[in-house]
Design a protein. Structure first.
Length: 324
């Protein structure tokens, strides 16, 4: 097993899998200091300075490790995944399974899985769910949805998680699994804005319900299936991202709501929700979805693209109602 990316999620996943007997797990990183840390001290001081990693976990900067990989997990920022795979596809062995963990759009506004299938011709699936790496690395039971065209791929992935704290469900709705992983970041920002203004349980779950309903509308318009909302990748991942302060996209919403948002703040880190909202709005306009059916997303897009009186955000959300 090779995990491309030795950041928080890649390290946490590698730690869990390397603790299981019979799995040969290597993290592939571009950060030499991280690789040295893991191999010599069994620690990733850049991302988890207090966690002793599984002794069997290895790390390397040498991409030739991909020639040996039976399964390749991709745990790098969504904006880099497609170009990265294009750069290493000649190293991939026949029969390798690529598992996308990144949450965002690929090139040409397609899902990352669609891009990887076109680029490699390999078997590709996606894994998404309510997963904070800090919880995962501490062996807290964690759930993810495996989105794959073939149930055999699901069983292949699920076998390596037996006897670990990672639990899975399955969907053939790859488009829906990938789309929800983008949408939940967008609407988590919105919930953060609402909470920054009022910190009210009543209002929070009013907004949560309206946001979840709009996610359903957008998902269906985008070609996903309603049932996917009730997998781990749906309401589970949305609840985790929207309602917990470990979430970077929720935190961005809190900053916006409290008046601390600047382009400099959001540009310092990769925030999939901010990157994706403008892409989504343009795509929905192109597809002809009525603007009233993605009103909340469109309001958020206005926040990021021009002057917007943020004090009006919540009142506009409350005044809007969808037709029956």
């Amino acid at each position: 097993i090779c995990i491309a990316g030795a950041g928080t999620l890649g390290t946490a996943l590698g730690h869990i899998l390397a603790a299981r007997p019979g799995l040969d797990v290597t993290l592939l990183s571009i950060e030499e200091s991280v690789v040295e840390d893991i191999n010599l001290r069994h620690i990733n001081s850049t991302y988890f300075p207090m966690i002793r990693l599984a002794p069997a976990l290895k790390a390397t900067t040498d991409s030739s490790i991909l020639e040996k990989a039976d399964i390749l997990f991709v745990a790098i920022p969504s904006v880099a995944v497609v170009s990265y795979i294009h750069g290493v596809k000649n190293l991939l062995r026949p029969g390798v399974l690529i598992v996308n963990l990144a949450k965002g759009f690929g090139k040409d506004n397609k899902t990352i899985v669609e891009n990887l299938l076109e680029a490699t011709g390999c078997a590709v699936c996606t894994m998404k769910g309510p997963t904070f790496a800090r919880e995962l690395i501490n062996h807290i039971p964690t759930a993810m949805t495996v989105g794959a065209a073939d149930e055999a791929i699901y069983h292949r992935v699920n076998r390596i998680f037996s006897e670990t704290t990672i639990y899975t469900d399955f969907s053939t709705d790859i488009k829906g699994v990938e789309t929800l992983s983008i949408l939940k970041n967008i609407y988590a920002i919105l919930i953060g804005i609402v909470d920054a203004h009022f910190d009210s349980p009543n209002l929070r779950f009013l907004a949560f319900t309206k946001a979840f309903d709009e996610m359903r509308r957008v998902l269906l318009y985008y070609g996903g299936r309603e049932e996917t909302l009730f997998k781990y990748c749906g309401i589970g991942d949305f609840g985790l991202t929207a309602l917990n302060d470990l979430s970077r996209n929720r935190t961005l919403g809190l900053l916006i709501g409290k008046g601390y948002f600047t382009s400099g703040i959001s540009d310092k880190v990769v925030l999939e929700g901010k990157i994706s909202v403008n892409i989504f709005v343009k795509e929905l306009q192109r597809l002809g979805m009525p603007e009233k059916d993605y009103f909340l997303m469109n309001e958020l897009n206005k926040v990021f693209n021009g002057s917007y009186k943020i004090s009006l955000f919540v009142s506009r959300l409350l005044d809007h109602s969808y037709p029956e």
